[in-house]
Ligand binder design. Structure first.
Ligand code: TMP
Length: 217
């Protein structure tokens, strides 16, 4: 496999709750390592120590933020994440694998909470200052299936980061519709993978997509 160029490669994994992003991202990172590519793996919110503070305040059960406050906090996390982690890694030519980015903001704060895409786009322009994904990989799963998976995992991990999981199915259906709409509107930068299937099959599809992106750059 050819090495990433000086500009690096920014790959974002998106999807609703329980889509399996974390497991797929880890499997793909191991596969890249076996090819001699050391990816930088990160996530949003919470990809910096400062962002971790924002994450804990945002996604704990019982948090009750105004939608606009929630959006501003996601964007504060983004500015810190891009400035301190993502941009320097790309400038150093690294492959960055990121669990969620602006697609999630458009899906959750836009589709889910009803905030305008224009407002989100304007704030994203400030927070990310030109950094955007080379490829967004949407792991698509119907919310009824994903939420069940996600609540099971949170219970196993005794995690209280379940703010979004506790929202109704209608919210999660809007999140999914927004992701699918984003993907349909920008096929050059999005690919949709059916994540209802066994993880090995999902990982194989993601590898094919990455090979094609790496080879065509
Ligand atoms: P995670 O469960 O994938 O780690 O993400 C934490 C939650 O944060 C998840 O429910 C989606 C939500 N989120 C947003 O609402 N807006 C955003 O911009 C991001 C990055 C995540």
């Amino acid at each position: 496999m050819s090495q990433p160029s000086e500009r690096g490669l920014f790959i974002v994994f998106e999807g609703g709750e329980g889509a399996g992003k974390g497991s797929v991202l880890s499997a793909v990172a191991e596969w890249l390592q076996a090819q001699g590519i050391e990816p930088l793996c990160t996530r949003a919110p919470g990809g910096t120590p400062e962002g971790q503070v924002i994450r804990s305040a945002l996604v704990q059960s019982g948090a009750n933020w105004e939608p606009s406050a929630e959006l501003l906090m996601m964007m504060a996390d983004r500015a810190q994440h891009v400035g301190r982690v993502i941009r320097p890694a790309l400038a150093a030519g690294r492959v960055v694998l990121c669990d969620r980015f602006v697609g999630s903001t458009l899906a959750y704060q836009g589709g889910g909470r009803g905030l305008s895409s224009k407002l989100i786009g304007d704030l994203q322009a400030v927070a990310a200052a030109g950094v955007s994904a080379d490829l967004n990989i949407l792991l698509d799963v119907p919310p009824a299936i994903g939420l069940k998976r996600s609540l099971k995992r949170l219970a196993e991990e005794k995690s209280s980061e379940d703010l979004f999981e506790r929202l109704d199915l209608g919210f999660h259906e809007r999140v999914r519709a927004s992701f699918l709409e984003q993907a349909a509107g920008d096929p050059e930068h999005w690919t949709v993978i059916d994540a209802r299937r066994p993880i090995a099959e999902v990982v194989d599809d993601v590898k094919q997509q990455l090979l094609s992106v790496i080879e065509h750059r």
